[in-house]
Design a protein around this ligand. Structure first.
Ligand SMILES: O=C(O)CCC(=O)C(=O)O
Length: 247
């Protein structure tokens, strides 16, 4: 057991759990360096659709990345993070028999302009056939604070339903719970020190605000699935060939 019974109970009750000091700062710096190198290549090869999807709009500088998809599939350094024994032992305490990573994303959230991520539920995006079958491990590559845009969670919403989501016409990737429903759920900030991990259940409502600080808030979200889980009602297209099996 990697998580204490109290930590596991907190996850099941609140729908999220923060664990500090899972990775060293040096490991996070190496991951950031790898993400930056990958990002430079990616930006150089972007087409118009990629520019809409992947670039941050609110930042003054051109070609600042908002996110990169599938680092665990594409980058050995991120595959090693996702397969880290300590992290996997924690994941195994939260979902039965973790089998793989269905999707992963690096969120860059640059200083002075990294935009907000509206309230949403990962189970709406992925549509798994078991509500308890997926957990997101959000690894803080930088310290995440209320100033630079840490995650906020709707405590206990993991025990509620998956709500229909809507998307603004100019941002189809930004599926979100309609504002009137979102307003019914108070959101608790979850700061995470660099190298810590914030876990959340697939039904847990969560969001992040914009980065108003002069510090980066980079993180990698690793979306694990348990054995026997299939994405039966996904809201976006998730390429099965890019699922990464564990072990
Ligand atoms: O990092 C963010 O701002 C959003 C992360 C997120 O929505 C997730 O990890 O599911």
């Amino acid at each position: 057991m990697a998580l204490t019974p109290e930590q596991q109970a907190e996850y099941r009750h609140a729908g999220h759990l923060t664990v500090p000091e899972v990775f060293t700062a040096a490991r996070m710096d190496a991951a950031v360096a790898d993400a930056e190198a990958w990002g430079r290549d990616f930006v150089a090869g972007m087409d118009a659709a990629d520019r809409d999807w992947y670039l941050e709009r609110a930042v003054g500088a051109p070609d600042v990345l908002r996110k990169l998809d599938q680092p665990v599939f594409h980058r050995p350094a991120f595959r090693a993070l996702a397969g880290d024994d300590v992290l996997l032992a924690m994941v195994a305490d939260l979902i039965e028999r973790p089998a793989g990573v269905a999707f992963s994303q690096i969120f860059f959230k640059p200083p002075h302009g990294g935009g907000p991520k509206p309230v949403h539920q990962d189970n709406y995006y992925f549509g798994p056939n078991d509500r308890d079958g997926m957990v997101t491990a959000w690894v803080a590559l930088d310290a995440a604070t209320t100033e630079n845009g840490c995650l906020y969670f709707g405590d206990g919403s993991n025990r509620g339903p998956v709500y229909d989501h809507v998307a603004p016409a100019d941002a189809p990737f930004n599926l979100q719970v309609p504002a009137d429903e979102a307003a019914r759920h108070p959101m608790t900030p979850a700061p995470v020190p660099k190298g810590g991990v914030s876990f959340h259940h697939g039904n847990t409502l969560h969001q992040s605000s914009d980065n108003r600080s002069d510090k980066w808030r980079r993180a990698v979200a690793i979306h694990y699935y348990a054995a026997g889980i299939d994405l039966t009602t996904p809201a976006l297209v998730y390429d099965r060939d890019k699922f990464v099996t564990l072990g």
